[in-house]
Design a protein around this ligand. Structure first.
Ligand SMILES: *Cc1c(COP(=O)(O)O)cnc(C)c1O
Length: 394
């Protein structure tokens, strides 16, 4: 039998093991939590070498920590990246990546269908530093016309929260390349199990690791992955802004990654069953799930996602907000809670949670209706979940 090398390992194997061989060594099977804020230096000569950038020693956990480095190595592997950076939240990953790339006077082109917090950052925060954002649809129509000498970044999210619209990632990366823009994608909903944006030419992939990557609703965390040089710049900005991950969260993230593939595949198949059930229910106006043939991006989803279409879906209840609220107040297994990607199935009304700071016109433009329910499918039995939805709609 051929000897397995790191490069021949499957993603599932990479998620369980870090790249380091441990055979023949009496070492822990799991990654130790290096719970310290700082590190001892052998002598001033080592300290001097560190200051000169010639030492790989650890100084201080905000700059780096062995537990976090182990998480970063696994995440880089999973995203087919040269390097990865873990952060205190997905928001810290997104803000650090953007602020590392932008300066006053620059412009961004971003899709309108993005996580509410990211939308707020573009709309409210960046303009205070002289950075303007032009919003486009997921079709990316008009990008060519909007690009000028100030444009620096193309930012997309796919599948989009909460409408599950897709961006053609290959097309987006191609457009960014053509105009020499830095391309960034929030791949939280897809996870590295279903799509690898760096493989189609993206510069940086971002995640709220709070969601699928960690997967158990017990930490808030973020990830940035890309080339060594780009991730180093984001790390510098993260160190400056202070959004570093705690080593305990790093441990839980590593632990979550070990079952990532199993979880996402199971959640995807249950989500497809639920989407099919909902699509034929008389009280449902519309189901948004890329795995359904009726979804406008279904063909694109088949092309750019593999192994499933994810554990997230959304649907519009007939009767608008009152109908949606009645449904949410009647479910027994689904929990009415924000966030997503954990083992428990959740439902939420985006207008009251992830997108509550968007105005009526902005919500409409993003395709979010008041009666839209967002569903994060967990690991419960599919039949139990369908029965719960059926009784809540009856
Ligand atoms: C939750 C979420 C974020 C924000 O991540 P935090 O970990 O909550 O900071 C960003 N993008 C998407 C798509 C999300 O779902």
């Amino acid at each position: 039998m051929a000897k397995q090398t790191a490069s021949t390992w499957s993603d599932a194997t990479r998620a369980v093991h870090s790249g380091e061989p441990r055979h023949g060594l009496n070492v822990p099977v799991t990654t130790p939590v290096v719970r310290t804020s700082n590190f001892n230096f052998a002598d001033t000569a080592e300290l001097k070498r560190f200051a000169e950038g010639k030492s790989s020693a650890y100084l201080y956990t905000r700059y780096g920590n062995p537990t976090l480095a182990a998480a970063e190595a696994k995440l880089a592997d999973l995203e087919h990246a040269e390097a990865a950076l873990v952060t205190a939240s997905g928001t810290a990953a997104i803000s650090s990546a953007l602020l590392a790339a932008l300066e006053s006077g620059d412009e961004v082109i971003a899709t309108r269908q993005i996580y509410g917090g990211s939308f707020n950052f573009f709309r409210d925060t960046l303009p205070r530093f002289g950075i303007r954002t032009h919003f486009v649809e997921t079709s990316l129509e008009g990008v060519d016309r909007l690009v000028n000498e100030k444009t620096r970044v193309l930012y997309v999210e796919s599948p989009a929260n909460p409408t599950l619209q897709l961006v053609d990632l290959k097309k987006a990366a191609g457009l960014a390349h053509k105009h020499k823009l830095i391309s960034m994608v929030d791949s939280t909903f897809g996870s590295p199990v279903l799509q690898k944006p760096l493989d189609v030419g993206f510069d940086l992939v971002l995640h709220s690791a709070t969601k699928y990557l960690a997967g158990h609703s017990d930490i808030v965390a973020g990830v940035v992955a890309g080339s060594r040089a780009r991730v180093a710049r984001v790390r510098e900005m993260m160190i400056c802004l202070g959004g570093s991950m705690d080593p305990d969260a790093g441990y839980l993230l590593i632990r979550g990654l070990k079952t990532l593939e199993l979880r996402v595949h199971r959640q995807s198949s249950t989500a497809l069953e639920l989407a099919r059930f909902l699509e034929h229910h008389p009280k449902i106006a519309r189901v948004h799930y890329p795995g359904l043939a009726s979804h406008p991006d279904h063909r694109l989803a088949r092309r750019q996602m593999s192994g499933g279409f994810g554990g997230m879906l959304a649907f519009d209840v007939k009767g608008g907000l009152p109908g949606a609220r009645r449904f949410c107040d009647r479910v027994r297994i689904f929990l009415l809670a924000a966030s997503l990607g954990g083992v428990e199935s959740l439902i939420v009304l985006p207008i009251y949670t992830s997108h509550h700071r968007m105005g009526t016109a902005e919500l409409e433009a993003a395709g979010i209706s008041p009666g839209m329910v967002r569903m994060s499918v967990g690991l419960e039995d599919a039949h139990d979940l369908i029965a719960d939805v059926r009784q809540a709609l009856s």
